[in-house]
Design a protein around this ligand. Structure first.
Ligand code: V47
Ligand code: SF4
Length: 374
């Protein structure tokens, strides 16, 4: 028999709670909120990684997806004042509000290879659907073939209020102007008691969910996010995941879930601090296991940095977003690792391959693109 070094301590055997949750996961049964909280509170990290990796391999094999995208943030003027926001005009060092022509010029300047433009900004006062549809038309005019993933549920619900029209009508007009899909922002944490502390003026969870449900009904796919690692507890995270899973059971319209780690620089919530890397990884893993009906789990690398993004692939992540080519300020203002995030394709592919996964360039609907240069 092999001898262990004197100071080697064998891991504790798994407790009964963890064994029960693992049995469900392995036999392809759904876990519930209580199970997810057991994983958050009690699971050894390495063990949790292999459980999440089992699920990611069932759904996505060993592919890790990325795309070529470009972010445009039209303005940081905002009628709201979320306490975690480092980017709006009150907390940022700069204020900007691009004209539609400037936005057209920005889109035209994006690299030839991009397949997607992501457009999200602050909610500037008084702007209705015509304004936002006009921006989409302008971008479409200069970049006709590109997928437009634009406007958070919060921007969309504001336009509907300004115009006094239904969400359905608002989304139909945006779709008509070229909207292809909706990003996941504005979800924050659904639980009312946390939402009223971190973003009291913002639309509530019901409104966010309604916008996404309506989009799904109109055939517009969307993403979902969760802002974590501030003042919420695990029970608030599992409530959030549950509400997303319930909606997805009804509509099947979510493409990807993107956990967003709270970054604390330059915003009124800085005292909340930031959670550890192991907490980020734990959160990816539990999300992957719980959200069995959302196909993709995205680690947004400009936010968490390249190293954690690479590691996250062992915790259920199968999408690292894109090359970004960025003009984005939303995270750099909040203290993200990268000030002007941009990663070339070779670097992104080797980051993926370096963790033992296969890099696959995708379009915005997760169809592999077989461009010959790879
Ligand atoms: O809703 C704001 C978050 C979101 C901070 O769908 C912060 O592909 C951390 O939704 N620390 C907007 N997060 C960005 C977003 C997004 C990003 C990338 C990809 C996709 C996608 C969507 O940014 C906001 C809020 O949750 N945020 N401030 C902060 N201090
Ligand atoms: Fe405005 Fe968005 Fe910042 Fe909230 S997070 S203040 S809605 S820009």
């Amino acid at each position: 028999m092999e001898e262990f070094p004197m100071n080697f301590v064998l891991p504790e055997p798994l407790n009964g709670n963890l064994q029960q949750v693992a049995a469900k996961v392995i036999s392809d049964k759904r876990i519930d909120r209580h199970d997810a909280e057991v994983l958050y509170n009690e699971a050894p990290l390495g063990w949790l990684a292999s459980l999440a990796d089992t699920i990611r391999r069932r759904i996505n094999g060993v592919n890790t997806y990325y795309n070529h995208n470009f972010h445009i943030e039209p303005t940081n003027r905002c009628v709201y004042n979320c306490r975690f926001c480092s980017y709006n005009e009150r907390n940022s060092r700069t204020v900007w509000d691009y004209s539609p022509e400037e936005i057209g010029r920005l889109a035209a300047s994006a690299p030839e290879r991009i397949t997607e433009i992501h457009v999200v900004g602050g909610v500037a006062p008084g702007r209705g659907t015509d304004y936002y549809a006009g921006l989409l038309r302008e971008i479409r005019r200069v970049r006709p073939g590109v997928h437009l993933k634009a406007y958070s549920a919060i921007e969309i619900s504001y336009m509907a209020k300004i115009d006094r029209i239904s969400l359905e009508e608002t989304l139909s007009r945006l779709k008509e102007a070229g909207l292809d899909s909706i990003p996941g922002g504005g979800a924050e944490i659904f639980a009312e008691e946390i939402r009223e502390k971190i973003c009291p003026e913002k639309d509530d969870a019901e409104t966010w969910l309604k916008v996404h449900e309506t989009a799904h009904r109109l055939g517009i796919p969307t993403n979902a996010t969760m802002l974590y690692g501030h003042i919420e507890h695990y029970s608030h995270r599992t409530d959030h995941l549950q509400r997303l899973r319930d909606l997805q059971d009804r509509t099947r319209g979510f493409n990807a879930f993107i956990p967003l780690k709270f970054k604390h620089a330059n915003n009124p919530m800085r005292e909340a601090g930031e959670v550890s890397v192991t907490e980020d990884l734990r959160n990816y893993a539990v999300s992957r296991i719980f959200l069995d009906n959302i196909p993709h789990l995205k680690a947004y690398w400009p936010m968490i940095g390249r190293d954690i993004a690479q590691l996250s692939q062992h915790f259920g992540v199968d999408d690292l977003d894109g090359t970004i080519h960025d003009s984005t300020k939303i995270y750099s203002e909040a203290g993200a690792e990268e000030k002007n995030p941009s990663m070339d394709e070779t670097a992104l592919r080797s980051l993926i391959a370096g963790a033992g996964y296969i890099p696959v360039e995708r379009d915005s609907l997760y169809r592999p693109l077989n461009r010959s240069e790879h």
